[in-house]
Write a protein that binds this ligand. Structure first.
Ligand code: GRF
Length: 220
């Protein structure tokens, strides 16, 4: 089976990267991670790639005078590794429009809310402030505007009485670790595609349904 050559872009801890690495170990997984790129020197997540013997590169954004120059350097390392699909996983840089257009429909991101609600930073604090009863996470194709783009998959997480930013973040993160491999499988296998600005092609109910964690009828 020919696997899609994926790269993961990180800036920090890399727990989603670790989940993707684990998923890619399955023989029937349709993608392989051929490169991990960090824009932060010594990012913690690079260790996950090292222990799985996946090549890593650091392209330190501080060394570049403009976003264009940084993205050009990033493109160079991705081209060298013949990357076909990009997965942002806690990558804290905005891409230039040219970069986004180059990777159009071949570039995923994960965000810790149910988009289009709560894009941007400090998501969990804003969810709590807003009194939302359900939060979650989203994997979507990248578009020029931050945290927008066709949605591949989502997981819903109830906000519990007494939740703090940390407790909510921890439950959402656990869902992210299940959601991202699921979404990558759908995209890399060709099970879904973008039509207009929607993701279509899901034929099985279990793929179409958002993932709920825990199932909403539990304990009701
Ligand atoms: C995750 O919550 C992800 O949704 C957001 O940044 C965080 C990255 O965490 N974009 P990690 O580096 O994958 O542990």
């Amino acid at each position: 089976m020919t696997k899609t050559r994926a790269a993961v872009l990180i800036s920090g801890r890399g727990s989603n990267l670790r989940a993707l690495i684990e998923a890619c170990k399955a023989q029937d997984f349709p993608a392989e991670i051929v490169l991990v790129v960090s824009n932060v020197l010594g990012a913690e997540g690079l260790a996950h790639a090292d222990s799985a013997a996946i090549p890593t590169r650091t392209v330190d954004h501080k060394g570049f005078a403009s976003r264009e120059a940084f993205d050009a350097a990033l493109s160079e390392v991705l081209d060298e590794a013949r990357v076909e699909l990009l997965c942002n996983a806690g990558f804290m840089r905005l891409h230039t429009e040219g970069f986004v257009r180059h990777w159009w429909n071949r570039h995923l991101n994960i965000h810790p809310s149910l988009l289009p609600a709560f894009p941007g930073l400090h998501t969990h604090a804003r969810v709590l402030e807003g009194g939302a009863k359900i939060s979650g996470c989203t994997v979507h194709f990248v578009r020029p505007q931050m945290d927008t783009g066709p949605i591949v998959a989502q997981a819903a997480i109830p906000v519990l009485p007494g939740d703090t930013e940390d407790s909510l973040a921890a439950r959402v993160l656990a869902a992210e670790h299940r959601l991202y491999p699921h979404a990558l499988r759908l995209v890399a296998s060709g099970a879904v595609r973008v039509e207009g600005e929607s993701v279509v092609g899901l034929s099985r109910v279990r793929d179409q349904a958002a993932l709920f964690s825990p199932p909403l009828n539990e304990g009701l």
